[in-house]
Ligand binder design. Structure first.
Ligand code: FA5
Length: 339
């Protein structure tokens, strides 16, 4: 019996010490110490050993059980540590390595130019105003001297809600909101998105951006207007630009002008962007009509002012020589990533 026990002892130690995985160790645990394991089988035989040898045999079996248990746990620890060592080697984190550089987005060219314009105007003492995209008929038309039966409404057809409001067709209602809030003298600009029922082409979108400007003070004249338009374009293009001023009709200004920009896509030769005229309508403007001042409670005998409605989307096109306005809101990353 003792001999068999010694043999088992030697065999078990050899097997456990050479086991290479947790699974192999667990198999050995079952093989030797499980319910039908080889060491357990010896334990069960203790009672059959003659009385005088039983104590000694019992002790030897218990010792073997303890040794095998100890060896199994020890081997498990060695294997675990080996795993951690390997992890330490292969999955080590070097905190001094440079980090990953996730791609960074940037502002849309429209937003960039809008911010630049805001900076230019605030530096000249203008406040920035906001207005809602869903407007009242009164702000979008009536108080701008465009009553219900005025043909000028047809030039700016748009989307109406059932309760008589509309998606604003221009940023000019911001003028009205400004005059309701502030008292002259005042200088405000109001950038924003506008909507029109439009036949779209390379220079016309149904949804585009404008920036309104309004200055009211004593004795404001066309000279002031031209000065501010020049400053604005000089700052944006940082070079001499070719513009032309021609008479233009808007019911809310008198006199009214169209400031056109020499088309930078074709250099003035004529292309689809400028409808083959060589010029792009960019900043309609004029002196605020006395009716408009009166309707907003401002006395036109004391105060006068100029207003303009800059086509922000078109300005972006001219600045970056973008040949088709429809790229701007296409959501195509290949386009926006160029700026
Ligand atoms: C107006 O919207 C007037 N409210 C501007 C104004 C303000 C005049 C204050 C006088 C005083 P107009 O419809 O021309 O005017 O549009 C102004 C500018 O917006 C145009 O010169 C052009 O640059 C731009 N624009 C007009 N329609 C479109 C369109 N469909 N797509 C892109 N840009 C447009």
């Amino acid at each position: 019996m003792q001999e068999k026990l010694d043999q088992l002892h030697a065999e078990a130690l050899e097997a456990v010490r050479s086991a290479e995985s947790k699974e192999a160790i667990e198999e050995l645990r079952v093989k030797y110490l499980g319910r039908k394991g080889e060491v357990t089988t010896f334990s069960k035989q203790i009672k059959d050993v003659p009385k005088e040898q039983r104590r000694e045999f019992g002790q030897a079996v218990n010792e073997l059980k303890q040794i095998v248990t100890f060896e199994i746990d020890a081997r498990l620890n060695v294997l675990k540590k080996g795993r951690f060592d390997a992890i330490e080697e292969t999955e080590r984190i070097d905190v001094t390595l440079p980090g990953l550089n996730p791609p960074r987005g940037h502002l849309h060219p429209l937003t960039q130019i809008q911010s630049e314009l805001e900076d230019i105007f605030t530096s000249m003492g203008f406040a920035i105003l906001d207005g809602p995209e869903l407007e009242t008929d009164e702000n979008n038309f009536e108080k701008l001297n465009i009553p219900g039966d005025h043909p000028a409404r047809d030039m700016q057809d748009t989307f109406w809600t059932k309760d008589g409001n509309l998606l604003r067709t221009h940023t000019s209602p911001i003028q009205i909101r400004g005059m309701a809030k502030m008292k002259p003298p005042m200088r405000v600009v109001g950038p924003g998105r506008v909507f029109r029922y439009e036949n779209i082409d390379a220079s016309h979108e149904h949804t585009f951006y404008q920036m309104e400007g309004l200055m009211i003070d004593r004795n404001i004249s066309v000279a002031h207007l031209i000065h501010f338009m020049r400053t604005l374009l000089g700052e944006i293009f940082q070079s001499e630009v070719k513009v032309r001023l021609r008479p233009g009709y808007f019911p809310f200004v008198e006199p009214g002008f169209e400031l056109d920009f020499n088309c930078r896509i074709c250099g003035g030769k004529g292309c689809s962007t400028c409808k083959h005229t060589g010029w792009v309508e960019l900043i309609p403007c004029g002196l605020v009509h006395p009716n408009v001042l009166r309707m907003s409670g401002i006395d036109p005998d004391k105060w006068s002012g100029f207003a303009f409605g800059l086509g922000l989307s078109r300005l972006v096109m001219m600045r970056y020589t973008i040949d088709d306005i429809r790229h701007m809101l296409s959501g195509d990353l290949r386009f926006v990533e160029q700026f």
